[in-house]
Ligand binder design. Structure first.
Ligand code: M6R
Length: 596
């Protein structure tokens, strides 16, 4: 996730662009850059926050330009990898938010044609591709290039030979036009526009915009004009930064379909990673903290089932004190931030023990991604709410991908089966969306449960780590005491605590543990506990034996943790909201825990 802005008007572009860009810093802040059309194009960029760019850049004159704040996905944060990227001639500058899936073959081809690349980014291929198609018509060249580019993107491009326009395009990444008088604006998101205008045009997938000082033209990829009525935005700036959601946490939950989609994008074949998993270990150890640890627990089942490899999950804070086993496992470290001190310590320890280390992290260039031997990025974008939500489902997506990869590499999984699993994976964003559509219903349910002092979460097999995650979400943001139990363990102790004032949230999706879960529900029901079940769509019988049900779409059992956890995140969010808690910044907690 990056932030892009553009301006075409009568005022000096530089201060407008930088000021607007700062409003998008929540979308990424590892490097920033600006390009202004004056006499030629001047590009200035730097690593770090926008304030760093302001210190090093000059306010060059010009009334048209583009600017970018980056959240790295391809190539670490650096001045070279910062946007805008230019073509070989320096006449064209381009900014991009998203991921170009087929960047490698395009790069290879363009290099073969003599183009010289200056960065490691996927974005730079677009600059050279458009250059190769440019014959005096920027809009036409962009249109042609888009027929070749696969992936998600919002682009904005300028050319010194056409100094009166910004050409932009969108596919699966946000883009909005702001309409002014004798000036027009372009941005990834509304906050960047609000200081100047509240009249906006939303650009849709598959559309190209040509932005001029006194005109905005939208066409499809074939050049057919598209008419669109402007909308008037009534949000305050603060509302706008949260995309109109009351809290970042809710916004981030609603970004989950995109987070999964982006994490999977172009990942089916990454040959150099493949060979990494081929040999040199007999088992896998997943190591993490907090929510990432819950992803690791799910990963244990997933790796064992898909890749048929013995797997354990361990808390990073404990791993460091365990004895090194004689055989060296592949150690997979999971961390949203990539800066968690315990996880970093575990990575160092695993390296010291001579293990292969692999990180799943959300922040490129983070310490963990540098210290592990290889890294897979979850491409969830910045997560601001302290409670991990979209990064958790992105971690699960990464683990499914990894399990398929390891299974194929070690020949414990056939190609046909892998293709089927990949298809199931691709359907997950839709299943998540179906749960999000039930948010109003879940909000209603939360009213009923918000007064509880203690809540128990129960599940079996894959439902158990998800019960743990549901309990963690509830306790950290609503301060309700919540505990998760493997449902089979209830009668070995915890049942003594269950009564009419202790609601039980039970995960009862359709899998091989279903009947046993029903028995456990009867046990708590017999003690008078109100039961909220998370069940599979169409399971009418479940509704007859519990007080409330949140139904999630039927997906293959191995993938059920994804839709189920979304329901639990929404439940925790709404309970916390009813209780008036500081949802995005819960007491005593920090987003990144850099102390042991
Ligand atoms: O950045 P990490 O994934 O390494 O963070 C680990 C935990 O601190 C984190 O998951 C924490 O438990 C979350 N706030 C839970 O929502």
């Amino acid at each position: 996730m990056c932030g892009i802005v553009g301006y075409a008007g009568y005022r000096q572009a530089y201060p407008i662009l930088l000021e607007s860009l700062k409003r998008l810093e929540y979308r990424g802040y590892d490097s920033a850059g600006v390009a202004i059309v004056g006499s030629g194009i001047t590009v200035q960029k730097d690593k770090g926050y926008i304030s760093q760019l302001e210190e090093t850049a000059e306010a060059v004159p010009g009334t048209l330009g583009i600017a970018h704040t980056r959240w790295a996905t391809h190539g670490p944060p650096s001045k070279e990898n910062a946007h805008p990227h230019i073509d070989c001639t320096g006449d064209l500058a381009l900014i991009h938010n998203g991921i170009i899936e087929n960047h490698q073959p395009l790069r290879d081809r363009l290099k073969g044609e003599g183009h010289v690349f200056r960065s490691e980014t996927d974005t730079e291929v677009a600059a050279h591709l458009i250059e190769s198609l440019y014959h005096g018509d920027l809009e036409g060249a962009v249109r042609e290039a888009l027929h070749e580019i696969r992936g998600s993107y919002a682009f904005a491009v300028i050319h010194s030979k056409e100094p009166d326009k910004v050409v932009a395009a969108r596919n699966e990444s946000p883009l909005v036009v702001g309409l002014g008088t004798d000036e027009n604006f372009l941005a990834s998101d509304i906050p960047a526009l609000l200081k100047h205008t509240n009249r906006v045009l939303y650009v849709m997938d598959g559309e190209i915009v040509v932005l001029g000082r006194d005109s905005v033209r939208i066409t499809d990829y074939e050049g057919k004009p598209i008419a669109r009525e402007p909308q008037r935005i009534t949000w305050t700036l603060e509302d706008a930064e949260k995309g109109g959601f009351e809290h970042f946490m809710l916004k981030e939950i609603f970004e989950e379909p995109q987070a999964i989609h982006d994490t999977l994008l172009g990942r089916v074949a990454e040959p150099e990673l493949n060979s990494f998993f081929r040999e040199g270990y007999t088992g896998v150890k997943l190591v993490a903290c907090g929510t990432s640890y819950h992803a690791a627990l799910v990963g244990k089942y997933v790796l064992e089932e898909i890749a048929r490899i013995p797997t354990t999950a361990e808390l990073a804070s404990e791993y460091r004190y365990s004895k090194a086993p004689a055989d060296r496992p592949l150690v997979i470290l999971l961390s949203q931030s990539g800066e968690t001190a315990d996880t970093l310590g575990a990575c160092r320890e695993a390296n010291r023990r001579g293990c292969k280390t692999f990180a799943i992290a959300n922040v490129i260039g983070s310490s963990l991604s540098r210290e592990a031997q290889r890294t897979m990025l979850t491409r969830a974008g910045i997560e601001i709410g302290v409670a991990a939500t979209k990064t958790f489902v992105a971690q699960l997506a990464a683990l499914y991908l990894l399990a398929i990869r390891i299974g194929l590499e070690r020949a414990t999984l056939g190609v046909e089966e892998a293709n089927r699993l990949n298809e199931d994976l691709r359907r997950l964003p839709r299943a998540v969306q179906a749960v999000l559509n039930q948010a109003p219903y879940i909000e209603g349910l939360a009213q009923e449960y918000a007064k509880a002092r203690d809540v128990f979460f129960i599940g079996r097999h894959l439902g158990y780590p998800i019960a743990m995650e549901g309990a963690l979400k509830l306790k950290e943001i609503s301060y309700v005491h919540a505990e998760a139990y493997a449902a089979g363990e209830l009668k070995h102790g915890p049942l003594a605590l269950v009564g009419s004032d202790t609601p039980v949230v039970a995960i009862v999706t359709r899998d091989h543990t279903y009947d046993k879960m029903l028995s456990n529900i009867r046990e708590v029901d017999a003690r008078g506990a109100p039961v909220l079940a998370i069940g599979t769509e169409g399971d009418k019988d479940l509704g007859k034996i519990v007080d409330n049900v949140i139904y999630v779409p039927a997906v293959p059992p191995l993938f059920a943790p994804v839709p189920v956890v979304v329901a639990l995140q929404l439940f925790a969010y709404h309970v916390a909201r009813v209780r008036g808690c500081a949802i995005d910044k819960p007491r005593n907690l920090a987003k990144s825990v850099t102390v042991e």
